[in-house]
Design a protein around this ligand. Structure first.
Ligand code: B12
Length: 494
């Protein structure tokens, strides 16, 4: 008997971002003989009606619910998405007796807390491709499912966990990418998406990549990645954002992917963007990336100050930023430096040094996020807890009372920055239009919080394509002139 699974995307943020997880999961379910359907609430005119119509009673063996974002990780807005997620989950549960299984990058950070908050019983931490089909089958066939890798389930008053398997991604097959409306995401979200590997061995004190992806890099064969790119291209998806936390960790794999793209002659047919690390980047990488169709890199540099970078657990310093910037300039690669300001060790002096140094390195854009979201399970959380109760800590902001688990947003913002850190930062930036802010609505057209960003929605409607920061750049630099498509050449609109 064919088992049926409904995969639901409850994330309705605009501009919309492809729920690539559901495309990957649907492919895996189908490949393993199950039937998968996607209910994408982001693309529904009325999500409540879509849930009511999409859930015909007991028709599914399971409903899979993806939770990508817990909150917007933005100090200025501190938007918490769980109440909305719970509303969707509640409505689904009223419409079906089928088991509801939760997963996703947000879920994996604090699975127990999410399930408790939503009154749900079952989830999968980490990769879903192998575990979800196995769990659904075992549930449907009345077999013992309690050993499925990554599973977390309610057992009386507590939860039980099974460790994720972190399987290798070395199979030759590529996901078909046909379960999600990728064309519509390109038209309304400005880009498609693809993942080349999972896992990061680095030790940044605030990062939550490890709970969802593991600590060991698991790289896909470059041929499989580029097969998937071609499948997307066949659907007209010619602008992509890589979904790797950092594309060039390890750099050898990133280079192999670039070579494979170039060897297949796709470098001028597909444009792509990535997050990357400045630790392992030079002229050769910039040249290789560009030939392979790279249209822009967002380097998550955090700071330009060696003391702060060390405190954040980063494995690079100011010199790496300078080398990377020079390489991008020489090779004509558009790039952004994303700063995460106000963390442990930040002072008025380190802030000044960072802003001045970055201005001198002259990236095309600088993301000036201030305040670091403290997630449970990170070294930053340990550090904060070790210094006493949350409400007594002068560096903490947000929901500090009765929230020792750090479930709803709590931010670290160094008290050494004084009473008006935002004013201090704005003064240092001094109206430099290359800086983007996480501070809606005051940031205006320089707002790079992508949570309900109407300026971006409008630019994409007009035909802009690309990473959101690069769309903001092009809109600001040449208002009224559309510059889209691979290699910066104009490209037909949606
Ligand atoms: C690339 C990326 C972006 C790009 C996306 C570009 C694109 N075209 O896709 C951009 C820059 C646009 C972006 C924006 C934002 N992002 Co972002 N992003 C990422 C990143 C690096 C990859 C996400 C991804 O697609 N991964 C690949 C997919 C395949 O993995 P996955 O979703 O985890 O799915 C797997 C498993 O989780 C599981 N799974 C998923 N769903 C389900 C469901 C079930 C039932 C099961 C069983 C399993 C399962 O199986 C999947 C396959 O194995 C992640 C970090 C990371 N490494 O994951 C952050 C991340 C998801 N982003 C994050 C945030 C906060 C945001 C923003 C809110 C930031 C902002 N304020 O603007 C926005 C939200 C945008 C939106 N509309 O949702 C956070 C979310 C954490 C949190 N706070 O909860 C993350 C985790 C980064 C972080 N470490 O803080 N992002």
């Amino acid at each position: 008997m064919t088992r049926r699974v409904l995969l639901v995307n409850p994330n309705r943020m605009k501009p919309p971002v492809t729920p690539i997880a559901l495309d990957y999961l649907a492919h895996a379910l189908t490949a393993q003989g199950l039937q998968a359907e996607v209910l994408d609430l982001c693309l529904a005119a009325d999500w409540r009606q879509a849930v009511d119509e999409g859930l015909p009673g007991a028709g599914f063996d399971a409903v899979g619910l993806t939770l990508r974002n817990i909150d917007d990780t933005t100090f200025a807005s501190r938007e918490f998405f769980l109440p909305d997620f719970k509303e969707v989950a509640d409505r689904i549960r009223r419409r079906t007796p089928s088991p509801v299984i939760v997963g996703g990058s947000g879920f994996s950070v604090m699975p127990e807390e999410v399930l408790s908050f939503c009154g749900l019983d079952l989830g999968i931490v980490g990769d879903g491709e192998d575990s979800l089909p196995l769990l659904v089958r075992r549930l449907a066939e009345g077999l013992d499912w309690r050993g499925v890798p990554g599973v977390i389930y309610r057992d009386g008053p507590r939860f039980r966990h099974v460790a994720p398997a972190w399987g290798l991604l070395d199979g030759p097959g590529a996901p078909a990418r046909t379960a999600v409306d990728n064309r519509r995401y390109l038209a309304e979200g400005g880009m498609g998406s693809i993942e080349t590997k999972r896992g990061c061995p680095k030790a940044c004190i605030y990062c939550v990549d490890a709970p969802g992806k593991g600590r060991r890099p698991r790289c896909r064969p470059p041929r499989s990645v580029v097969d998937e790119m071609q499948a997307l291209l066949a659907q007209g998806i010619d602008c992509l954002h890589l979904c790797d936390a950092e594309f060039n960790i390890p750099s050898s794999h990133a280079e192999e992917v670039c070579r494979e793209i170039t060897a297949r002659g796709l470098g001028d047919r597909v444009g792509w963007y990535a997050y990357a690390s400045p630790a392992a980047f030079d002229d050769a990488s910039a040249a290789l990336y560009r030939r392979a169709g790279c249209r822009g890199i967002n380097f998550g540099v955090d700071s330009a100050d060696d003391v702060v970078l060390h405190a954040l657990g980063r494995d690079f310093g100011g010199d790496d930023l300078r080398r990377t910037a020079a390489a991008c300039h020489r090779q004509g690669l558009v790039f952004m430096y994303d700063l995460l300001l106000g963390g442990p060790g930040e002072t008025r002096e380190t802030l000044r040094r960072t802003v001045e140094a970055v201005k001198e390195m002259s990236p095309d854009r600088v993301g000036a996020a201030m305040g670091v979201r403290i997630f449970p399970g990170t070294r930053l959380a340990d550090l904060v807890r070790a210094s006493g109760p949350l409400p007594a800590n002068p560096h903490l902001h947000g929901h500090v009372d009765g929230n020792e688990g750090l479930f709803s947003p709590v931010f670290y913002l160094s008290a050494d920055l004084g009473n008006d850190p935002a004013g201090l930062l704005e003064g240092l930036i001094g109206g430099d239009r290359r800086f983007l802010f996480m501070k809606p609505p005051q940031a205006g057209d320089m707002n790079y919080n992508y949570n309900d960003n109407s300026g971006l929605v409008e630019a994409i409607r007009q035909g802009y394509r690309g990473a959101f920061w690069d769309i903001l750049r092009r809109v600001a630099d040449a208002p009224g002139v559309r510059r889209d498509g691979p290699g910066q050449a104009p490209m037909p609109g949606p």
